[in-house]
Design a protein. Structure first.
Length: 450
């Protein structure tokens, strides 16, 4: 038992105990056991095994180099294994989310934050095994209850009190741990600042940074593989030569650039199969004009000339951030997620909530039109939905520096459609029924300079 405590901290042992208890508890039912078996079968997929084996080989090479430099020794084996099967495995499973180098720069920044020092200290100064066996489930229970209550608070006002209570309790626990860590750091500083502990602190940072080239190449390979599958499907009726030409041009245009490859992947389905595919691939691989800082002067609504600024400013209307400006074939577009109004599930005839979304559309260099759409599924919550619609329109008018707000607000209050025009812009309010849903659509369109 003493040997176990020499290798693992009391927190690591407590986590292992609670994990085994949890595993035994959920494994009582046959369906869960089958699900666990299914997960393990998926993990042992041939491609996953090969990719993870290459990761292990990469880590062995890194460890060998660090050992040769005198940094790594056998005492760091446990820390290395823990990094591989936790941090490394998380990076490995999330590599499909990589779109560009910004993903990796965020990882590097996360590894050198001051917070990393606090995490190390929290894990270094642990409680007794009995204390950890109590501490871990208490934190987990209040965290889970708080997360569930916070999610449910969108539908039930009473849950917000539970959220506040859980946050206060977790805050007090965190404050207590901070005091404990500071006390232990002051009283046991000689133990903390030993060479082995400094190496133990630096090892995860080094492994995280030194394995990034592997994860970059893995993300690149996966993106190519997925894109080539889509190319085969998209050009299946165009002949093998057309498919090969498209793939060849993708390899030439993107090369080892994840940014260019993602750009091609995102826009490939908007290509016209009747035109020269290779030429189109070359075009969509290029950096968009608005990303080069080019500001148009075509739109009479000034903000619409700057796409990046339009997306950033209009994201502040309160229903979500606008997506990337992308070519959808007939035009360029950027949209927000559908924002669901709280409590609108209740008494909804079709079981769907009221929701609202905003779209920007136009040319590659400038926005031509803004579309704000409210889908009213629950008419009992109509007043609150229209109030949100008016708030969004008011903010849009402020951001676009438009002063003719009264007419549109009056039209919404009177539930009447409206068309309004000036020399700079036009806007309209349309109200129509789509199935059991009432749709309120506000569209503002800029006039263009000659």
């Amino acid at each position: 038992m003493n040997c176990l405590f020499d290798i693992f901290s009391t927190r690591e042992i407590a986590l292992a105990i609670w994990f085994l208890i949890f595993l035994l508890f959920v494994s009582r039912t046959k369906s869960v056991r089958h699900s666990i078996v299914g997960v393990f079968k998926a993990l042992f997929d041939r491609k996953l095994i090969l990719a993870f084996s290459l990761l292990l080989l990469n880590i062995i090479i890194i460890v060998s180099i660090l050992s040769h430099l005198g940094f790594w020794n056998i005492s760091l084996l446990k820390d290395t294994c823990l990094w591989v099967f936790f941090s490394g495995f998380v990076l490995f499973m999330n590599v499909n989310k990589v779109e560009n180098l910004n993903y990796f720069s965020r990882i590097i920044k996360d590894n050198i934050k001051v917070l990393v020092v606090w995490e190390f200290l929290f894990n270094f100064y642990t409680l007794s095994l009995a204390g950890e066996l109590i501490f871990i489930p208490v934190v987990c229970v209040f965290s889970i209850i708080g997360a569930f209550a916070e999610h449910s608070s969108a539908q039930e006002e009473n849950y917000r009190k539970v959220v506040i209570l859980c946050k206060n309790i977790l805050g007090l626990i965190g404050l207590g741990m901070i005091v404990y860590v500071i006390y232990k750091t002051i009283t046991d500083y000689e133990l903390l600042f030993s060479l082995s502990n400094i190496k133990s602190f630096l090892l995860p940072i080094l492994l995280g940074i030194l394995t990034l080239p592997y994860f970059y190449l893995l993300a690149l390979f996966m993106r190519y593989e997925n894109l080539f599958i889509r190319v085969n499907s998209f050009l299946r009726y165009k002949g093998e030569k057309q498919v090969k030409d498209a793939k060849k041009e993708i390899l030439i245009s993107a090369n080892i650039s994840l940014t260019k490859l993602f750009r091609i992947d995102r826009n490939f389905m908007s290509l016209k199969t009747t035109d020269n595919i290779r030429k189109q691939v070359k075009e969509i691989a290029k950096k968009p004009l608005h990303k080069k800082g080019i500001i148009s002067n075509n739109a009479k609504i000034e903000l619409f000339n700057d796409i990046e600024r339009s997306r950033g400013v209009l994201s502040k209307i309160g229903i979500g951030d606008f997506s990337e400006w992308r070519n959808i074939g007939t035009s360029f577009q950027s949209i927000t997620p559908y924002f669901e109004l709280p409590d609108s599930y209740k008494d909804s005839y079709v079981g769907l909530p009221n929701n609202i979304a905003c779209y920007l559309s136009g040319e590659e260099t400038h926005v031509k039109q803004l579309n704000l759409t409210l889908n009213l599924n629950n008419k009992k919550q109509k007043e609150s939905a229209l109030s949100l619609l008016k708030d969004c329109i008011k903010k849009i008018f402020v951001f676009l520096n438009i002063n003719t707000i009264n007419s549109i607000i009056v039209s919404i209050d009177n539930e009447k459609e409206l068309i309004f025009q000036t020399e700079q812009y036009s806007y309209r309010l349309s109200i129509y029924q789509y199935g059991h849903m009432d749709v309120w659509e506000f569209i503002i369109e800029t006039k263009e300079n000659e």
